[in-house]
Write a new protein. Structure first.
Length: 234
């Protein structure tokens, strides 16, 4: 199998990364997943990601024949260095720059570095992430120009030929729900609703039409608004 026909998906267990996983499964001959424990307060996503992988195999077997192994990486020490309200029990607020203090400095850069190290060893040269700069909280490490430079740095630093793919980069949350419908029909939409987690507070006992969460944190608001907009258009 050619290295350019393999992919490693940064799979957190959230809506965006689940959608990216299906996107990759439709494009590459072998796909593996990687998840990170970075001390996030919503670490329920680490359990949900395992459930999603089991459920998608059972529900959509035709999509997952090329789905390989899943890898879990302990980056909890990084979460202690890059402290934010996403890694500590404190109120989510917006700082002077307009960013919510759920921003974990350098998180995506660390994720791609770890993913590239694994990909280098396993011959997985396409790295897929759910970053988006159209409808997001403003994190600078989600921007296309950041990730373009990151790709160059990884290739120079490892003397390799990685390609970073961000299929959601220029679509909003409503379009991402539509993309789920197009990639896997309502079966995939239902899987995302029931078996992914986005809420920053880790709330899993409140079920909404769009999934589980507190309904008020920035992640829940984006997901809920996107779902409502998509339903209104469809």
């Amino acid at each position: 199998m050619r290295k350019d026909d393999t992919a490693l998906v940064l799979f957190s267990g959230g809506q965006d990364s689940a959608l990216c996983l299906v996107w990759a499964l439709k494009r590459f001959a072998r796909v593996e997943t990687i998840g990170f424990d970075y001390g996030q307060r919503h670490n329920i996503e680490l359990e949900v990601r395992k459930d999603f992988l089991l459920e998608i195999k059972a529900t959509l077997p035709e999509l997952t024949q090329n789905l390989g192994g899943d890898h879990s990486v302990d980056l909890s020490g990084f979460g202690k260095l890059a402290e934010s309200s996403l890694t500590r029990e404190r109120e989510i607020v917006f700082n002077k720059t307009g960013l919510p203090d759920t921003f974990v400095p350098g998180r995506n850069l660390m994720f791609f570095t770890a993913a590239a190290a694994l990909g280098y060893r396993r011959g997985l040269m396409n790295l897929v992430g759910g970053m988006c700069e159209t409808d997001y909280s403003g994190y600078p490490d989600c921007r296309e120009n950041t990730l373009a430079v990151m790709q160059e740095a990884l290739n120079l630093g490892m003397d390799a030929h990685f390609t970073i793919h961000t299929p959601l980069m220029h679509i909003d949350k409503a379009q991402s729900w539509q993309m789920a419908d197009e990639l896997g029909s309502m079966a995939l939409v239902e899987l995302i609703i029931e078996h992914t987690h986005t809420c920053y507070l880790g709330v899993r006992d409140k079920r909404h039409s769009w999934g589980y969460g507190c309904g008020t944190c920035p992640a829940c608001e984006l997901r809920a608004q996107g779902f409502a907009k998509w339903r209104a258009m469809s």
